[in-house]
Design a protein around this ligand. Structure first.
Ligand code: BDR
Ligand code: CA
Length: 312
């Protein structure tokens, strides 16, 4: 069974990734969920992780990570995720244990103690992961790969050239992409194609508890997507977990990817070297295509697995 750590900033689409990992706990052993400031400030995204994990009755350890990027002040994603960072549903109560307030050390301890290699699923700014790799470089040998949502070759969403997770902490992203660890990049090239349409969302409304929560989250999230000019809701972060479970639904190309940290118009850009003979050995599998209909079907079925579990 693949061992993973989910480093996140919930976030509507982070919540979908967590729920899908939980639905498939027979295939993915989530050693921990760790939080990082991003879509909202750290306290809020940590509270959102607690809300989701308690709602789905999980017992994955939760650890709190870095509040701010390595160098620059935090830039939150309120326009997409609202005041709470996960606007929409009302969570009446949540009381989820925090296992550590030092996520970087916690990740290190888990990875060191694991007999098998661990996959890091990074779906927020890369601050925690950069600190992990810099502070404890010995863990690199025990990381299977870093499967991340971030970037996009030749496209951005936060700016014309930069995707949100990379834009928030480009210095951290630069450390991660240059770490020597294998990277799978689910960037905008693929995550903006992983759209859930309104008619598909509507079918979730009258099902079980996990589907209903997803419907409620998407009521807010899809409005934001429409404001950004999309036809449906891009389920960005979910692509990472679905890729681990169903790689057959994706296509990708290996490039050397590096991060622009200086440019006035390009800070946070993921630069893929597409030349036939690149300067450096490719370090990243850049996902480029997803079978949208099958992807959504898999998500809906994953929620149904949770619906059944939550009946008990
Ligand atoms: C990424 O930014 C956040 O708003 C989402 O949670 C996702 O991780 C998409 O650009
Ligand atoms: Ca996220």
């Amino acid at each position: 069974m693949r061992k993973i750590i989910i480093d996140c900033d919930p976030g509507h689409d982070d919540a979908f990734a967590i729920m899908t990992a939980s639905a498939h706990r027979d295939k993915l052993d989530t050693l921990a969920v760790t939080t990082v400031g991003g879509n909202q400030v750290l306290d809020k995204v940590t509270a959102n992780a607690q809300k989701i994990l308690s709602y789905i009755k999980e017992d994955m350890p939760l650890a709190v990570g870095q509040a701010t990027p390595l160098i620059k002040p935090i830039h939150t994603g309120e326009d997409a995720h609202g005041e709470s960072g996960m606007d929409g549903p009302n969570f009446h109560e949540y009381n989820y244990k925090i296992s550590s307030t030092n996520a970087v050390k916690y990740m290190h301890d888990l990875i060191s103690a694991s007999e098998e290699k661990v996959t890091i699923v990074a779906i927020g700014p890369l601050t925690n992961i950069a600190l992990l790799l810099r502070t404890f470089p010995e863990v690199k040998d025990k990381i299977e790969e870093i499967c991340l949502m971030g970037g996009g070759v030749d496209r951005g969403n936060r700016t014309p050239t930069a995707e949100f997770n990379i834009y928030v902490d480009p210095e951290a992203a630069k450390i991660v992409f240059n770490s020597g660890v294998e990277i799978v990049m689910a960037g905008l090239d693929v995550t903006e194609a992983a759209m859930m349409m309104d008619d598909e969302i509507e079918l979730l409304k009258n099902k079980g508890k996990a589907s209903r929560l997803t419907w409620e989250l998407l009521q807010f999230y899809s409005k934001a997507s429409k404001r950004f000019g999309f036809e449906g809701s891009a389920l960005h972060d979910l692509c990472t977990i679905v890729y681990l479970l169903r790689p057959d639904l994706f296509k990708g190309v290996k490039y050397h990817v590096d991060i622009e940290t200086y440019g006035e118009l390009t800070r946070g850009m993921t630069v893929g070297d597409k030349r036939p003979v690149p300067d450096k050995t490719p370090n990243t599998l850049v996902l480029t295509e997803v079978q949208r209909v099958e992807f959504i079907k898999f998500f809906v079925e994953s929620l149904e697995i949770l619906d059944e579990r939550l009946k008990q």
